[in-house]
Ligand binder design. Sequence first.
Ligand code: PEP
Ligand code: MG
Length: 315
Amino acid sequence: DRASAASAPLTPGALADGTAVPLLANLGKPEGAEEAVALGAEGVGLFRTEFLFLSSNQAPTVEQQRAAYTKLLAAFPGQKVVVRVLDAGADKPLAFLNDAHEENPALGLRGIRALQASEDILREQLTALAEADAATDADLWVMAPMVATVEEAEYFVEIARDYGIKTAGVMVEVPSSALLADRILAGSDFASIGTNDLTQYTLAADRLLGSVAGFQDPWHPAVLRLIREVGDAGRLHGKPVGICGEAAADPLLAVVLVGLGATSLSMAPTALADVRATLLQYSLDDARVIAEAALAANGAATAREAARSVATTQA
Ligand code: PEP
Ligand code: MG
């Protein structure tokens, strides 16, 4: 009955054949942890640390950061929590880090580029994360945003290891890093695909600009091909490939992403239930067949239709 269904523990994310697909939460503040757990999140796949920085004209102190990260990690004992170091620039400009006069801030000094140019901020953040990690029992993973080159990936993993971060990886949200994912994953512990920026940069369409909003569609086969590159690289190296962009919250696209090689999905907690229910309808073989149908299309709309029509016959 309804009451017992509501109180039954939520099952971990899985396909119909039992393949585990951990379902994780995207969070922007530690206060969101409780709701995420209640909605069945098995951990955090993307913790956006920008909130600590955006409200201030100065970087937060190590102590302020440690308190926030400790609160977050304490809410997930024994579970994976992926924290992204500061992603400043473009849609999230910071007075003390970014140049407000860039003409194309989405193509400017942002993400890991900005941190590399102001390394003290990165070092302080890693210090706070390592201290929070030592004080709690969560499984902390740390990743860098907007990585575009193998050298940037190597730079970040090396500096993270200096601070005792055990699991260090990169976001794949720039086409260059998807295309070289095999080389990036040779030296990183994991990749997490940010489909919002990956779509923006693949289709050359500002994700915030209404007049080109029609291009911001992660079903586009050009985006799916890049995701497949990353999935293949993950399999090659035996490394996890998560998805943390909005695409993971679209239930049928979630099936496609798993078919392309994603090993976990992270999304707004309110999307977890629908994605969990849909994954249970398909095996990994089904997911691969559905993904192939989407990849074979010429555009986003036809990819969606093709996946839907194949999925109907598989379910
Ligand atoms: C993304 O780009 O898909 C992503 C998850 O990062 P953000 O939305 O914070 O840029
Ligand atoms: Mg992004």
